[in-house]
Design a protein around this ligand. Structure first.
Ligand SMILES: [Ca+2]
Length: 196
């Protein structure tokens, strides 16, 4: 059996593994916040996470999710994913796009929090505050590893808007994809094939 034939045999296995499995995809194109299966925990009902369709506040498609600010009231608005099972993967990665300002993060911030029981959450990321920032708003992609939660069959991710008189924040194109999925067994089989 030629080595090239063996390469053709094993490449599809590697290709599938490298890109990982989609565990959660949410682009808000359903036009509803919270999307099906998600949870919205509201503090200020008139200014909480909602659907947005103005193009500048949408990263892709027609809709995003946004939280409006209101002066004089502490907003603690929580948008929480459905429960996710990542126990069959070596790890997983969260990716999302956010629109906001590092300067206004001093007044209101977006926190990403992770839980394995739906009650106790760890803060894993927040918009980095930049006191000398211009306050200009841009779309930025953020990638976070869920490696600390590998093995869990009950992972929740919370997007928490917390502040007082801060600034609007929008999110779009959220994905959780399995990672580090180049299976060592596949590499081992490939190495063995080439050494024959
Ligand atoms: Ca969208």
């Amino acid at each position: 059996m030629s080595k090239y034939w063996l390469l053709a045999l094993f490449l599809p296995v590697l290709a599938i593994s490298v890109y990982g499995d989609d565990i959660l995809l949410e682009d808000f194109e359903g036009g509803i916040v919270p999307p099906s299966g998600w949870t919205l925990d509201i503090t200020v009902g008139t200014h909480t996470w909602g659907i947005e369709n103005r193009p500048v506040y949408v990263h892709s498609g027609t809709y995003s999710a946004g939280c409006r600010y209101q002066s004089g009231q502490t907003q603690d608005e929580k948008l929480i994913t459905p429960v996710m099972d990542i126990s069959s993967y070596p790890s997983a990665d969260l990716s999302f796009w956010w629109y906001g300002s590092t300067y206004y993060a001093q007044f209101a911030n977006l926190y990403v929090r992770v839980s394995t029981d739906g009650s106790n959450y760890d803060d894993v990321w927040e918009i980095p505050y930049n006191p000398s920032g211009s306050g200009s708003h841009i779309w930025t992609q953020q990638n976070l590893s869920l490696g600390d939660y590998a093995g869990s069959s009950t992972v929740y991710i919370m997007f928490r808007y917390l502040g007082d008189g801060g600034d609007w924040v929008f999110i779009d194109d959220i994905s959780v994809v399995s990672s580090n999925a180049v299976e060592s067994s596949s590499l081992g089989r490939m190495k063995a094939a080439f050494s024959e």
